[in-house]
Structure formats: structure tokens, C-alpha cells
Design a protein around this ligand. Structure first.
Ligand SMILES: NC(=O)c1ccc[n+]([C@@H]2O[C@H](COP(=O)([O-])OP(=O)(O)OC[C@H]3O[C@@H](n4cnc5c(N)ncnc54)[C@H](OP(=O)(O)O)[C@@H]3O)[C@@H](O)[C@H]2O)c1
Length: 240
């Protein structure tokens, strides 16, 4: 896809990955509709990025509001070319210490929110006919298990399955689907999720550049799945 003048919806625009993806998209001429709940951060991003950033203060777990926002902003003649489902939350506990509230927050954000937006945007993209691309941000924890991670792993394995099935359904409409699974990234996720950061985390801007590369592939070339890891996530003596 040639990115210049394309329209993108990006969820989780206010977080570490979202901020880096926003900059990379706007650098390449894309108009970004950035979704997050934090109005102050959205305003700041708009000040920094200018008129190509359209802030949307929206909780993606609220289906009615997501539906209305899509109807208010998009149509067959102003249709998103790119959807990046990046918003996500994580909280890591033993299963018998995981509250229903914690479980539901992850399922509602990482899975249900992704479904609410994707189902509406896919309907618009299908009418468009020209090339479109949906990128779902998964995780390495959508491919392997980890202790104290049953809830998060459930959602990220779900992102993987959702992406694989969606691709088969949407490819005939020239809609690409990619699942982008990453290991630890240096973002605020580590503060909110309560897991320990380490010294060799991936940099969001490097991952954003990979996302640009995936988007820029020729229309008939699809990278459907990508897994990115820090080469040495821990000190060598801890690696088995
Ligand atoms: N950091 C890592 O090590 C890592 C590794 C693998 C995968 N990931 C995945 O990468 C993605 C981005 O995470 P990050 O590392 O950038 O974390 P982050 O800095 O904590 O950002 C999370 C983003 O999700 C948004 N969000 C959360 N709940 C939302 C809701 N209900 N409605 C709308 N937006 C919501 C937050 O925005 P508001 O707070 O403004 O709503 C924020 O923009 C997530 O899907 C995460 O699971 C992260």
C-alpha cells in the first residue's frame, strides 16, 4: 500500500506503542484517527502531530459509543484504509488470585473492544474494494504460556485466532490481516500491569518502523504473522 493520504484508525493511541505508531504513520502521510480514554494525552499528541492527527476520546469496551463514533466519522466515501487494533491491558496474577473484574477488563478490552471496532470497520472496507489492512497487536504471550498469565494469554491467543480466521474471510475483498506479536516493549504497560521490566526491552519506534514496512508491502503480498523479540531479554545466565 502506498501510505500517502491514506486514512488509519489506531486504538491505544495514547500509550507507548500507539504514540510511536502515530508518529510513523503521520511521517508517511497518513491521516490518523487515534483512540484512547485519556483526553489530556490525546490533546498533547494533536499539538505535537498537527492536523493529520484526529483525537477520539473513546472507551473501546463501550459498544454503543464505538458504533456511534464510526457512524459519525466514516462512510463509504471517507473509509479507513488501515485499522490497527493496538489498545490492550494486562494484569498478571495466579488464577486463584485473579478477580472476575480483572479477567473481564482484559477480555473486554483486548477481545471485545477489538471485535466492536473491527466488525464495523470491516463492513466499510468491504465496500471499498481497494487495498485495506487490519493489523492486530498480539503478543508473544499469544503464542506461549507464562505463569500468572492465564487471563492475558487467553486474550492474546484469542487475538491470534481472530486474526487467522479474519484473514481467510476478508482476503477476497483486498483486505489484509496481520497479527503482530511482540516480546517486551519499553512502554507504560510495565507500570500498569505490575510485571518487572528488564534492561533489553524493544523500543516502540523500532516496532513502529516494522509496522510501516508491513503496511507498505505490494497489494498482492501479505505478511500475515510476525513475531518480534528482544534478542537477549534477560542476562545470559538466565536464558535456557
Ligand atoms: N509493552 C509490552 O511489553 C507489550 C508486549 C507485547 C504486546 N503488547 C501489546 O501492545 C499493545 C500496546 O501496549 P503498550 O505497550 O503501548 O501499553 P500502554 O502504554 O499501556 O498502552 C495501552 C493503550 O491501550 C489504551 N487502552 C486501554 N484500555 C482502553 C480502552 N478501554 N479504550 C481505549 N483505549 C484503551 C490506553 O489508552 P487510555 O489509557 O488513554 O485509554 C493506551 O493507549 C497492547 O495491546 C499490549 O497488550 C505490549
Amino acid at each position: 500500500m502506498i501510505l500517502d493520504k491514506k486514512i488509519a484508525i489506531l486504538t491505544g493511541a495514547t500509550g507507548g506503542m500507539g504514540r510511536a505508531i502515530t508518529s510513523a504513520l503521520i511521517r508517511n502521510g497518513v491521516m490518523v484517527y487515534g483512540i484512547g480514554r485519556n483526553a489530556d494525552t490525546l490533546k498533547k499528541i494533536q499539538e505535537e502531530e498537527g492536523e493529520n492527527f484526529h483525537p477520539a476520546q473513546l472507551d473501546i469496551t463501550d459498544e454503543a459509543k464505538v458504533d456511534q463514533w464510526i457512524k459519525d466519522n466514516f462512510s463509504a466515501t471517507h473509509c479507513p484504509d488501515i485499522l490497527i487494533n493496538n489498545a490492550g491491558v494486562g494484569s498478571f496474577h495466579k488464577i486463584d488470585e485473579t478477580t472476575t473484574g480483572t479477567w473481564l477488563e482484559m477480555v473486554n478490552t483486548n477481545l471485545n473492544g477489538m471485535f466492536y471496532i473491527t466488525s464495523r470497520v470491516a463492513a466499510l472496507m468491504k465496500q471499498k474494494g481497494t487495498s485495506s489492512h487490519i493489523i492486530n497487536i498480539g503478543s508473544i504471550l499469544g503464542k506461549i504460556g507464562r505463569v500468572k498469565s492465564a487471563a492475558y494469554c487467553t486474550t492474546k491467543f484469542g487475538v491470534h485466532g481472530f486474526s487467522a480466521a479474519l484473514l481467510l474471510e476478508l482476503r477476497q475483498y483486498n483486505i489484509k490481516v496481520t497479527c503482530f506479536s511482540s516480546g517486551s516493549i519499553e512502554t507504560g504497560f510495565f507500570k500498569t500491569s505490575g510485571i518487572e521490566p528488564h534492561e533489553n526491552m524493544l523500543h516502540p519506534s523500532d516496532l513502529a518502523n516494522s509496522i510501516i514496512h508491513i503496511l507498505q508491502t505490494p497489494d498482492n503480498m501479505l505478511i500475515d504473522e510476525i513475531v518480534v523479540r528482544p534478542l537477549n531479554p534477560k542476562a545470559p545466565e538466565h536464558i535456557i
